[in-house]
Design a binder for this molecule. Sequence first.
Ligand SMILES: Cc1cc2nc3c(=O)[nH]c(=O)nc-3n(C[C@H](O)[C@H](O)[C@H](O)COP(=O)(O)OP(=O)(O)OC[C@H]3O[C@@H](n4cnc5c(N)ncnc54)[C@H](O)[C@@H]3O)c2cc1C
Ligand code: SF4
Length: 479
Amino acid sequence: MSDPTPTTTVDKYAWSAIARALPSKRAAGERVGDFDEIYASYDEAAVRAQASRCIQCPHPLCMQGCPLSNRIPEWLALAAQGQFLEAAAISRSTSNMPEICSRVCPQEKLCEGACILNARTQPVAIGAVERFINDYAFAHHAVEITQAPPNGFRVAIVGSGPGGISCADELAQRGYDVTVFESLLIPGGLLVNGIPGFKLEKDIVARRIDLLAKRGVKFQLGVKVGWDVTCAHLRREFDAVFLGVGAQRAKPLDVPGSELTGVVDSIPFLIQKNVVSPLVDLPPVDVVGKRVAVLGGGDTAMDCLRTALRSGAREAVCLYRRDLANMPGSKKEYANAIEEGATFEFLTNPISLVGNAQGAVTEVRCVRMELGAADASGRRKPRPVPGSEFTVPTDVVLVAYGFDPVPFPPGSDLAMLATDEWGALKVDANQMTSEAGIFAGGDASRGASLVVHAVRDARKAAEGIDRYLHVAKSTQPAS
Ligand SMILES: Cc1cc2nc3c(=O)[nH]c(=O)nc-3n(C[C@H](O)[C@H](O)[C@H](O)COP(=O)(O)OP(=O)(O)OC[C@H]3O[C@@H](n4cnc5c(N)ncnc54)[C@H](O)[C@@H]3O)c2cc1C
Ligand code: SF4
């Protein structure tokens, strides 16, 4: 790391003297031995030096790159001057979980990707500074837990992922009486039951949930809305409902042999390896000494590779149909996976799985792909290269092809809500669904996406609920 001399005033040219430096990472050989986070924290001098690289541009592109429009230059300036608590307070004013987003956001595609310094050198290490100041605030007991005076309205939140808990937090801070209904026994959604501990330790999520409980939010765990209770019931008990039910229906592996033993969906595998709790009751997936093939190229695929290696796999290979440049997974996590021993077969598409006499998978038959013209999304469409079939020997196949929303049971009052062709709930500009008083956000309304997008939708939904209920109240005839 370059000389981390602290600055006391904003030096617009600090970036030319101080190189970007992320906090140090544990050695790959050490970190594959556990599920703890891989990055250390900055020390105070280093965070001040890194924050001082911000040139305080008048129209900050980083804020446009951040889905929450976080007030990044303001907290960078304060952090550069060592005012970490003040910086964290500003960071909390636009985000309900900055200590989490800073750990899991793909910054290279968001705030840091937009930083103006990219034109000359490397961007400000925005995510790492955001993480430091918020961890600092927690360590100094400087995160408010006060309860707002009640405003008389009750809201039901369905789902306790980042969408659900951000909406609950926003509303509780405005005086709403909020109850979160969660179908699982461990709250947190994919923050716990998806994203592995080496990216986001479970304690950090538990601390956020605990903070919500201290702010007065109630949790009803093990209740599956649409199955165990109807929406009509919630409408009777509550003034509004927010659906943050995510999109956790795995896209199927549609090739011959997908029913063989040893072919496993990504989320049950990640939960089984990452969540150590008597509340998790899933069949064990043994990868010790085995060859693991991961199908897909997103964040989930990177997490499966790294989890397999931590769980004792002999090798973990990713089979992905496009090339590295067109892979959706974060490049930071790709680099981390490579360091930890994962290998990648790009431009490779599975066409069938082959098994032994016992019905266990033994190999993946693949075909090489080439990239054709760009499709509607702007990404180049892969097509098979004739005669290029080859085989990848394997003992376990982890399927990470992405997710769609889980449909509500046919006939339930929630199945009546309007959805798009993928099953995502349709919402208006206030995040309200086709049913007045029922709002939605996060993966449930936009399809599988990012934590920070769920937080953004939830904040918008909370504003929408606030407006909706206060308009409803002001138009009620006086009794
Ligand atoms: C393996 C993996 C890794 C990822 N890594 C990253 C990453 O590094 N960075 C990033 O930004 N994003 C990442 N994502 C995406 C991110 O986790 C999601 O976009 C985000 O969690 C969506 O939040 P949500 O609140 O909409 O839904 P979820 O987090 O899915 O939460 C939905 C919750 O609703 C509950 N629920 C569902 N139906 C009901 C019901 N009927 N009644 C009651 N409760 C219900 C579920 O049990 C769940 O707890 C990853 C996703 C996966 C799968
Ligand atoms: S929330 Fe994500 S995109 Fe926004 S500043 Fe933090 S790390 Fe960057």
